[in-house]
Design a protein around this ligand. Structure first.
Ligand SMILES: Cc1cc2nc3c(=O)[nH]c(=O)nc-3n(C[C@H](O)[C@H](O)[C@H](O)COP(=O)(O)OP(=O)(O)OC[C@H]3O[C@@H](n4cnc5c(N)ncnc54)[C@H](O)[C@@H]3O)c2cc1C
Length: 452
């Protein structure tokens, strides 16, 4: 039996915490004696997944919700006893809007016959099945324009990409950001054929494609908090890892409090710019880390009395195409999704500002941000007067923007690190959704244990 194996996880975001949890759970199941420890400089676990609560208002600082389309996080939450805490988004949130010519246009099957997307864009999209396969990787903008035409790219895909990645579709890799879509093209020749094949597969297996998204009664922060309280090894908050050194087969980590500890495996579940700051990280891997950029983004949450907003807010929220030349990327109708998060008779609107499209706007002062967002919401939703609640979360380097060719970078780095006991993890490598972070943690934990 393998004994006294020590594993360090650097970073107590969702990636680090779920890796810690799965390492212990799988080791227990396999009868392995493994000790796991996690470090993070922040005072509470969860990384960027944080919830603010103030005077009856509850709002997310980053991730609003978790998609039902994948089940990994849901399974983990159920295993952790969170069944009673899960809150599914209101059915009203099925409707989504895109701004076009200064107005909110509903999206969905019914909109196929409407005036938006434009008829030119719709007709061009019908040509999609006849477009030949593209290169192994290209930008989302190139992929979208090539397969579906510039119209659909600019009117639908551009705002959707911005809504998820806050990235520039001209730089974002389709293969890394939307692997399923690129795989459909490569495997089936067209998205139409790929979607049809996926539909038939689901039907044959009797699988229903779950839609919508969920959170937890106390907000997304409950997830990190609960994982951290369900692991046996320590999660050291307020303790940053500053250095790493290879010592034979083991790694020595140096923490900000001056302590040094030895480990057989080290999982760096932190952003690439933080990896680059760790003294002793292998210099030959630095150039690859530098290829990834993170766009600045601000989340401006404004709360109003219901009477101050004309729009019915009967949906998930709206996204803004670049062509609209507005100063915001999109707004979520948080109080429609989760009515329990606001005082009675109030509404909460969460707006994203900056991103790859307008990074400079994310640097505005708080009063300027509020004024700018209020002005935009006034034109688009008929919002009047001052907000009763304001909460701003800033990310100087928010969400990683996978460049074209990122897939090869990931493969190269993983090959170089193979057998060293050092592992790169997190949203820079495995996808940015909370589901992606949790989904990648289990195979990572199993692979580490198998290597012992
Ligand atoms: C504005 C915004 C909105 C989003 N919306 C959604 C959404 O609605 N749904 C969704 O699924 N996803 C969403 N995401 C993405 C998702 O929240 C993240 O991709 C995911 O939480 C990343 O988790 P992580 O653990 O990989 O990284 P992080 O959450 O970044 O955690 C990394 C941790 O490492 C720590 N760290 C850094 N350096 C060190 C060091 N030297 N020593 C020790 N610790 C260190 C940091 O303090 C941090 O806590 C959103 C992200 C943002 C920014």
């Amino acid at each position: 039996m393998v004994q006294n194996v020590r594993i360090a996880v650097v970073g107590a975001g969702i990636t680090g915490l779920s890796t810690h949890y799965f390492l212990e759970r799988e080791a227990r199941r396999q009868g392995l004696a493994v000790h796991v420890e996690t470090w993070d400089p922040r005072p509470v676990p969860g990384g960027n997944v944080r919830t603010a609560t103030e005077n009856g208002w509850q709002c997310e600082e980053a991730a609003e919700s978790i998609l039902n389309s994948r089940q990994e996080t849901m399974e983990l939450a159920l295993e952790l006893g969170l069944a009673d805490r899960i809150v599914q988004a209101s059915p009203l949130a099925r409707k989504r809007f895109i701004v076009w010519k200064g107005r909110l246009r509903p999206m969905g099957p019914n909109s196929v016959l409407g005036a938006f997307p434009t008829w030119g864009a719709k007709l061009r999209a019908l040509w999609e099945p006849f477009v030949s396969r593209g290169p192994q990787d290209e930008s989302v903008a190139e992929f979208g324009a090539r397969r579906l035409g510039r119209g659909i790219m600019e009117q639908i895909m551009d705002p959707m990409v911005t809504g998820v990645y806050a990235a520039s579709p001209e730089r974002l890799s389709v293969r890394s950001a939307f692997p399923r879509i690129k795989t459909m093209e490569m495997a089936h020749g067209s998205l139409c054929a790929g979607l049809w094949a996926a539909h038939r597969e689901r039907k044959a297996e009797g699988r229903k494609h779950p839609s919508g998204s969920y959170t937890f009664r106390g907000g997304m922060a409950e997830l990190g908090r609960t994982i951290a309280s369900n692991v046996a090894g320590p999660v050291h908050q307020k303790r940053q890892i500053l250095s790493i050194a290879r010592d034979g087969q083991r790694w020595t980590l140096g923490a900000a409090d001056g302590s040094r500890s030895e480990f057989d495996h080290v999982v760096l579940a932190i952003p690439t710019f933080d990896v680059a700051r760790i003294d002793g990280f292998p210099a030959d891997l630095m150039p690859d880390l530098g290829l990834l950029r993170y766009n600045p983004v601000c989340v401006v949450a404004l709360g109003f009395d219901r009477s101050q907003v004309d729009h019915p807010l009967d949906g998930f929220g709206f996204l803004v195409p670049k062509l609209e030349n507005r100063k915001i990327l999109g707004t979520l109708f948080s109080s429609t999704l989760w009515p329990h998060t606001v005082p009675a008779g109030k509404v909460l609107l969460r707006t994203m500002v900056g991103g790859g499209r307008q990074p400079i706007l994310a640097e505005y002062t708080e009063p300027d941000l509020v004024e700018m967002v209020r002005g935009e919401l006034s034109e688009l939703l008929g919002v009047r007067g001052d907000p009763e609640f304001v909460h701003i979360a800033r990310y100087a380097r928010g969400i990683p923007e996978y460049p074209v060719g990122h897939h090869d970078t990931v493969r190269r780095l993983k090959t170089q690190l193979e057998g060293t006991g050092l592992h790169l993890a997190g949203n820079a490598w495995d996808g940015i959704g909370v589901n992606d972070c949790v989904a990648a943690a289990l195979p990572r934990a199993r692979a580490i244990l198998e290597s012992l």
